[in-house]
Write a protein that binds this ligand. Structure first.
Ligand code: CP3
Length: 333
């Protein structure tokens, strides 16, 4: 059994495994080197030779307990033939969403388009560097995908004015997202993914009264579906205020908390395994502070099943030496 399986399945509290969201990415010079030669991000994700190399880059440097495949949550809209581009300094830009078009996408075309992602999962699962470690696949939660597909860009400065205008359109789009997310999960699992993390990066945009409709209900369907495949889920509803309600309603196998969640409150409220929490900005300070902050999470969760991670992705400005220090420290703890 892997370290992470012991925490997720046996609720072992004697070990504190570690992996990091965005562990493969721009803070690594070897990633930037490949990225500079591959200006089309989607194409890079669909090049299984390069995406395998990128996925393994952090495992060559650090003693991490899992590999998360190098891909993106926006591969689903891409698979549904919505245009997806990544613009330097801006982020993702999506084309117009046409309901007729996405209703007409068939499953085999979707799978064919995303086949390199499934090949990547298989290559990672079977690589020597992941022996006795977990291969993590992922999807965006339906709400977060809906946000990108309708808003057509990051909603950093809020959602489009008429975002909620056409409820029928929203309902139908959510159904399609659910159907193809299940297909994407199934294909990752059949290719070797042993855990599915569900990223709900924009859960915090909703009022509390809208959470059941847009966050809880669609996510429950994915959690239950993944469970039917005998694979655990880790849910990350970033910025949500009521983690307790979320866990009791959605019932994931583990919950990933963001950096604004108070770990002491979380410990009191939540019974299932917990992951993450530390602010990625701590890695931009100094080693003493990093040690102190990481220790805080390890101490608070010492008698609780806990997987060390951050409260969001590692920042591009992070010095890989700080990452090395963190991983070593958690491993020696
Ligand atoms: O190491 C890993 O965690 C695996 C790879 C991974 C990426 N994106 C690679 C990536 C994962 C798990 C994601 C998930 C993802 N993608 C989320 C959920 C997590 C979160 O950050 O909240 C979201 C919202 C996206 C959508 C997305 N993709 C955005 C907003 C951006 C641009 C801004 C940014 O933060 O980088 C991307 C591009 C992206 N996805 C990059 C990487 C390494 C950067 C690409 C580049 O080099 O320009």
């Amino acid at each position: 059994m892997t370290q992470i399986d012991k925490v997720l399945k046996n609720h072992d509290t004697s070990i504190k495994p570690i992996w990091i969201m965005r562990q493969a990415g721009r803070y690594l010079p070897e990633f930037r080197e490949i990225r500079a030669k591959n200006p089309n991000f989607i194409k890079l994700c669909l090049n299984e030779k390069l995406s395998t190399e990128i996925t393994l880059q952090p495992l060559k440097r650090f003693d991490l307990d899992a590999a998360i495949i190098f891909s993106d949550i926006l591969m689903i809209p891409y698979g549904l033939n919505q245009k997806v581009e990544f613009k330097k300094g801006i982020g993702p830009i999506l084309g117009d969403l046409n309901l007729e078009n996405i209703l007409n996408v068939n499953e085999s075309d979707f799978i064919k388009k995303l086949q390199p992602v499934y090949k990547l999962v298989n290559l990672i699962k079977n690589n020597d560097l992941t022996r006795n470690k977990n291969t993590i696949g992922f999807v965006g939660a339906p709400w977060t995908l809906l946000v990108y597909m309708i808003n057509q860009k990051s909603p950093k400065s809020g959602l489009k004015n008429n975002f909620f205008k056409d409820k029928n359109f929203i309902g139908k789009t959510l159904k399609i997202i659910e159907k193809f997310s299940k297909l994407h999960i199934k294909n990752q699992v059949e290719s070797g993914a042993q855990i599915i993390q569900i990223f709900d990066s924009w859960a915090s945009l909703l009022n509390e009264k809208d959470l059941p409709n847009y966050v809880y209900e669609p996510t429950i369907k994915l959690v239950e579906y993944t469970r039917s495949l005998n694979v655990p889920t880790i849910c990350f509803p970033k910025g949500i205020k009521k983690y307790k309600d979320y866990c009791e309603t959605v019932k994931p196998d583990a919950i990933c908390i963001d950096y604004e969640a108070d770990p002491k409150e979380i410990l009191k409220d939540i019974k299932i395994p917990i992951q993450g929490g530390m602010d990625p900005k701590i890695l931009l300070t100094d080693k003493d502070n990093l040690r102190k902050e990481a220790k805080k999470y390890l101490e608070i969760f010492k008698d609780h099943p806990y997987i060390f991670n951050l409260g969001h992705g590692v920042l591009p400005e992070t010095d890989p030496k700080m990452m090395n220090y963190l991983v070593k420290m958690v491993k020696d703890y």
